[in-house]
Design a protein around this ligand. Structure first.
Ligand SMILES: C[S@@+](CC[C@H](N)C(=O)[O-])C[C@H]1O[C@@H](n2cnc3c(N)ncnc32)[C@H](O)[C@@H]1O
Length: 203
């Protein structure tokens, strides 16, 4: 199945209303909570950090880091309907492609949660993130892995005409290296998530 950005936009546009609410309800809240704890463990303290959330969706992680003391955030998503769901507090909301969004500001922490699997060119997303990163920045990536759970997740999205890319530690590390990042730490979250911290290769 080929990558189809229109299918991604259509699906997430339709899912936007109620997306955040659904992520706070069981069973999704259970998985989300475990992924969020792993992400916070992997990135460390977020207090005072300037955050860029690429593929922010309805802002689950934007809210999380602001709630933990991040200074402010820019939330970027392809879907206007999703961006409209992100809370405005200390957040600039932009409808744009993570692979090409251009900003004057630079960021200490860049989030890419549940996005690289949908991107036509994940290396382009990571390379653009490297341009937007301040010296010493970290990038937190959350991707689905090639496990039984990951394959179920892929089948779920296939029903919406979306081809989802599944990762391993090695394939994520390879994409990171091609885009100017190095993989510093990873954590697996059952059943299908890999959380990783990337640092700029030329720090
Ligand atoms: C699975 S959702 C995750 C949203 C959010 N990060 C979260 O964890 O709740 C994926 C989001 O990525 C967005 N997306 C997919 N490809 C994108 C791209 N190339 N640039 C920006 N956003 C993208 C979709 O519109 C969707 O809102």
């Amino acid at each position: 199945m080929a990558f189809d950005p229109d299918a991604v936009l259509r699906h997430f546009g339709q899912a936007a209303r109620g997306y955040h609410r659904a992520s706070t309800r069981f069973p999704w809240s259970w998985l989300r909570g475990r992924e969020a704890r792993a992400l916070l463990r992997v990135v460390g303290p977020v207090e005072g950090r300037r955050v860029l959330d690429l593929g922010a969706g309805a802002g689950y992680y934007t809210r999380l880091v602001l709630g933990r003391g991040a200074r402010d955030a820019v939330a970027v998503d392809l879907s206007r309907a999703m961006v409209a769901e992100v809370g405005p507090e200390r957040t600039l909301r932009l409808v744009s492609d993570a692979a090409s969004v251009s900003l004057r500001r630079r960021f200490d922490l860049i989030l890419s949660a549940g996005v690289l699997e949908f991107a036509r060119d994940p290396v382009a997303v990571l390379a653009n993130a490297a341009v937007l990163a301040a010296p010493g920045a970290a990038l937190a990536a959350l991707v689905p892995v090639d496990s039984a759970g990951g394959r179920l997740y892929r089948s779920y999205h296939r029903r919406h005409g979306i081809a989802v890319r599944l990762y391993s530690r090695e394939s994520l590390g390879g994409a990171a290296a091609a885009a100017g990042w190095r993989l510093e730490a990873t954590q697996r979250v059952w059943p299908y998530t890999l959380v990783a911290r990337l640092a700029l290769a030329k720090a």
